[in-house]
Design a protein. Structure first.
Length: 260
């Protein structure tokens, strides 16, 4: 597991970051839109994860927790204890198998755990094994949702997910190939933490534009990575959750309810 640093936005946040967030959400107030949050790379407890989940408990907002199956057995008792206060707020679901890139030779350079470099049998085996691990440690709490690492998988993997009765997949908005019929796309279109803009100002501009544009579509999926969060990122998330709850017309949804 790689150690990640916060992006430029959270290392050097502009002084007016929270004011601009408030103005963006004021413009969206009264608009009918549904919002859900998804946090990736869950499995090992720690202070950053605890601080993030504590905010969702404090604001009483649901959160989809994408759990890497092979990380779970290492400290599953601690993780379950940490998540206990949130109870039904969490949408626990499968996040790949080992979160390993198997596309090193792909000319596109795009990472994927379930891409064309692997056979159908290998993909089927890992998806099945991952599901079994989650059920063995979190029995009865796993949602039929699948988040592929790096928001990316091929059509063969999507067909396997459908065969295994997954009812939804969560990837980036507009991801290809399209999911099979009857499988819902629970797309994320706002990225709080894995931003690549070279300056904090450019990152803030892009982030607030993503937020405004996604709210305009009626369904806003916000992606989190607790490993990349620092004090500034936590403060922003705290203000974001509070402002979304105040805004008229905006509904903070439980991902499991959206799948239903």
């Amino acid at each position: 597991m790689t150690a990640y640093a916060p992006c430029e936005l959270w290392l050097r946040p502009p002084a007016d970051t929270l004011e601009r967030l408030e103005r963006t959400l004021e413009r969206a107030s009264g608009r009918q839109a549904t919002i859900f949050f998804r946090a990736d790379d869950i499995g090992l407890p720690g202070r950053q994860l605890a601080r993030m989940t504590d905010l969702f408990v404090r604001h009483d907002v649901p959160l989809a927790l994408a759990v890497v199956p092979t990380w779970l057995p290492l400290r599953h008792t601690e993780l379950k204890g940490m998540l206990a206060p949130g109870g039904a707020l969490w949408c626990l679901h499968q996040h790949g198998f080992r979160h390993v890139n198997h596309e090193q030779g792909n000319p596109s350079g795009k990472k994927s755990e379930f891409g064309p470099a692997r056979s159908a049998e290998a993909k089927q085996r890992d998806i099945s094994r991952g599901r079994d691990i989650l059920e063995s440690y979190l029995a009865g709490r796993i949602s039929p949702l699948f988040t592929p690492p790096w928001n990316r998988c091929d059509g063969e993997a999507l067909d396997i997910l459908a065969e295994f009765c997954f009812r939804a997949v969560s990837r980036s908005a507009g991801a290809q190939p399209a999911s099979p019929p009857k499988m819902m796309e629970l797309a994320v279109n706002v990225d709080l933490h894995t931003r690549k803009e070279p300056t904090a100002q450019a990152a803030l501009d892009a982030l607030l534009n993503e937020l405004e544009q996604s709210l305009a579509t009626g369904l806003c999926g916000i992606m989190l990575h607790h490993q990349r969060m620092n004090r500034a990122a936590l403060e922003f998330l705290d203000c974001l959750l509070a402002a979304l709850k105040r805004a008229a017309g905006l509904r903070l949804a439980h991902p499991t309810d959206l799948i239903r």
